[in-house]
Design a protein around this ligand. Structure first.
Ligand SMILES: [Zn+2]
Length: 748
């Protein structure tokens, strides 16, 4: 669940150039909607805050840490030595967002048993419309906004100070200053990407395209298929290269192919967008129009050959290990051997070449699409991907199409927010190092560790007592439970950013340098051991995730705020908020995808056939429940697409509720805050977390792209299956919020 994030940063390349963010997250990031969903975490190359250090770098890092420790000791002994300047901001300058649960926001005119989302959230949402510079508003986006405000204070202080060259403060300060220098960006025009455009123009035969693509991928500008390093599904201790479908500019294949009025309009708008960019880059109107059609035809072929989102949920469809010889045979016009040489990666024995239908079509297109059309498409992708960092006309065109037309955002965000978006995309974890120093109190970590332990204990009890599962499968489930690894706040080991140069000269130059740097880091992981210290999200991200290949649950610092988490709040709010989020991430380990990975993080079937059949049947019922929710007139939630999230919500809230009860212990007296019981407040905060309004276009996009069901349905879906909810609010069979008898689903 990362809806706030999606709104806060311009996607540096809306064209799905980059592979996805961590897999099973709580809430959708923008990137998640732009790229094929990978069930497992893998880093975002230009967001790559999690890249593995090579062994010499680890050694160097530990030496540096040792030295730093010595230095601190010396400084303590000799206080006369001048201290290095320290970045400091005043958090009092950043207002809290008015999003924490408050009893006065409840709507007494709505019955909790009929419309629980309306009861908890209706009044607040009516009073807090979606801001013009966003496409959603509610708990996640509001916390995202607060995170941005904190980041802004840090970036301004970094830009105003004087720092050691190469320090994180210098890199952040210069990146931000260059991004704010609109005069320099305007003067540069198309110059930052001219060398790339020249290379595309100089191609003289389609046989040269594979070499060009290799070069483009090596510098972080890969755009046709996803290519990334990730733990091998069959050996989770080692990183493997994965290639899979990509290349689409529109959010999902349905936008190209489905016979829907809104998608037809999106296609018309896309043609106009391509033509506009081509004209801005120098083409005359007639040529630009013809080129737009070429781009559309090109991408429509890719879309037809692509798998849909539901098909991609099965880890097996994303994993297809082949030898280089087999890969080369599968795409006779594209040599993977040469590709590995071009990206300067030692050719592996095997890599995963998934979505074979897509690569077959790609290969055919190398043979039958004329060179000139290839050049048009490559040129468009180069300009489109760089537009957010170029002069005003390009940035405006990018906003008009991707944000306004496709997502319903009325106004461009202020420049500082856009620049922070780029900064997060380029060096998010490095920036996060400055963020946690200012904005993450150590007592939060201690309290969270305690909550996680309580949730773990409750989950074990549930697993042991599941009525539908055999002892044999149960033993395996508990084995998997025992290897969960929680990560809280920020990484124990920060990534080393040595080698990335940032200066005030060129904004686009900094973004491209970071993309190349991050891609190199990512590519260097191929064939090497997995580093389980790494994180797939920056600490300033309002989200959380589960990674199946490491069986880890991860909670960045920025989500540890109200309504999710408050050190000073009572148990009901913390267990209904972050407690349920912790449960959600754990239960991803047992959802339709996570349940196909074992305790070691390998893709393996640890189920008996009979237990698996029962699991599938219950999951199918839950999918059907969500498919019954109508989000817009005639448009329903896709329960199969959101299945993993909804299994995680159902189990996550159950386990969090159990944990709250355990924490209360014997002889507990309910404090009845504001006249509400703990159980009521537990569920009311769960719904507060999912408080959300969408622009219509954004809602349509989320329904199409998934995997997260819109928050208003997550607020009610799990509670409607839980007797504890009905009891808390005195609901009866027949009420809309009550599923009883055979309609009720229990999975975990
Ligand atoms: Zn999730």
């Amino acid at each position: 669940m990362s809806m706030g994030v999606q709104d806060q940063r311009p996607d540096p390349n809306p064209a799905a150039r980059r592979p996805a963010r961590p897999g099973h997250d709580l809430w959708p990031t923008r990137a998640a909607r732009k790229v094929p969903t990978l069930g497992d975490f893998h880093p975002h190359p230009s967001h790559a805050m999690t890249l593995r250090l090579s062994k010499p770098l680890i050694l160097a890092a530990s030496i540096t840490l040792a030295l730093a420790a010595c230095q601190r000791a010396e400084e303590a002994a000799a206080p006369a030595v001048a201290e290095a300047p320290k970045l400091a901001i005043d958090l009092a300058n950043v207002a809290q967002q008015p999003i924490a649960f408050r009893a006065e926001d409840l709507d007494p005119g709505v019955q909790a048993c009929q419309d629980f989302n309306g009861y908890v959230n209706g009044k607040w949402l009516a009073a807090n419309p979606v801001p013009a510079d966003r496409t959603t508003w509610g708990a996640f986006p509001a916390l995202g906004e607060r995170s941005l405000q904190v980041q802004h204070e840090i970036a301004k202080a970094a830009a105003a100070g004087t720092w050691a060259a190469g320090s994180m403060e210098q890199k952040v300060g210069d990146f931000f200053a260059a991004g704010m220098d609109e005069a320099a960006i305007e003067a540069a025009g198309l110059a930052p990407i001219q060398p790339d455009l020249d290379r595309i123009a100089a191609l003289s035969a389609t046989s040269e395209i594979p070499a060009y693509l290799g070069q483009a991928y090596a510098s972080g500008r890969g755009m046709l298929f996803g290519f990334f390093a990730m733990a091998d599904y069959n050996d989770s201790t080692t990183n493997m290269a994965y290639a899979m479908q990509g290349g689409l500019s529109l959010p999902e294949k349905g936008y190209y192919l489905e016979d829907r009025e809104d998608f037809k309009a999106a296609r018309e708008a896309f043609l106009a967008h391509v033509a506009k960019l081509m004209q801005l880059a120098g083409a005359d109107e007639a040529t630009a129009k013809a080129q737009a059609q070429q781009v559309m035809d090109f991408e429509t072929r890719l879309a037809k050959a692509s798998l849909g989102r539901v098909e991609l949920r099965d880890p097996a469809t994303r994993y297809n290990p082949v030898t280089l010889a087999e890969a080369d045979a599968a795409t006779p016009n594209f040599s993977w051997t040469q590709f590995f040489t071009a990206i300067e990666v030692q050719a592996p024995e095997k890599f995963s070449l998934a979505t074979p239908g897509f690569f077959k079509e790609f290969d055919a297109m190398l043979a039958d699409v004329p060179l000139e059309q290839w050049q048009t498409w490559l040129r468009f992708k180069a300009i489109d991907g760089a537009s957010p960092f170029l002069s005003k006309a390009f940035e405006q065109a990018n906003f008009e199409f991707y944000r306004k037309t496709l997502a319903g955002q009325q106004e461009m965000q202020e420049r500082w927010k856009r620049v922070l978006g780029a900064l997060n995309g380029s060096m998010g974890e490095g920036f996060g190092q400055l963020y946690v120093a200012q904005a993450f109190p150590p007592e939060s970590k201690a309290k969270m560790e305690q909550l996680v332990q309580n949730l773990m204990a409750s989950l074990k009890v549930r697993l042991e007592n599941l009525e539908w599962m055999s002892e044999e499968t149960k033993a395996k489930a508990i084995e998997k439970w025992s290897t969960f690894t929680p990560k809280i706040g920020y990484p124990d080991v920060w990534r080393d950013w040595t080698g990335l140069s940032v200066d005030r000269g060129s904004y686009a130059g900094n973004v491209m340098a970071a993309a190349a740097f991050n891609t190199r880091y990512m590519l260097d992981k191929i064939g090497k051991p997995v580093d389980r210290n790494e994180w797939g999200m920056s600490p300033q991200t309002v989200n959380a995730y589960y990674r199946a290949t490491a069986n880890e649950i991860v909670f960045p610092a920025a989500i540890l705020q109200p309504p999710f988490f408050d050190v000073n709040a009572d148990d009901a709010l913390n267990y209904g908020g972050i407690g349920a989020v912790i449960g959600h991430e754990m239960l991803h380990g047992f959802d339709d995808q996570g349940s196909k990975f074992d305790a070691a993080g390998n893709m393996a079937n640890w189920w008996t056939d009979d237990d698996r059949a029962k699991f599938e049947a219950a999951a199918g019922k839950l999918a059907d429940q969500f498919s019954g929710y109508e989000a817009l007139p005639g448009l329903f939630v896709n329960g199969r697409l959101g299945l993993g999230e909804n299994i995680a919500d159902l189990g996550g809230t159950t386990v969090a509720y159990d944990a709250m009860k355990r924490a209360q212990g014997e002889g507990y007296t309910d404090p009845m805050i504001d006249g509400f019981s703990q159980d009521q407040r537990f569920y009311m905060n769960w719904a507060t977390v999912w408080r959300i309004a969408f622009t219509e276009a954004q809602l349509k996009q989320q329904l199409q792209v998934g995997p997260h069901s819109p928050g208003m349905f997550r607020a009610i879906g799990a509670p409607s299956n839980q007797p504890a909810f009905a009891a808390a609010f005195g609901c009866k069979d027949g009420d809309k919020m009550v599923r009883s008898g055979d309609d009720r689903v229990v999975i975990w």
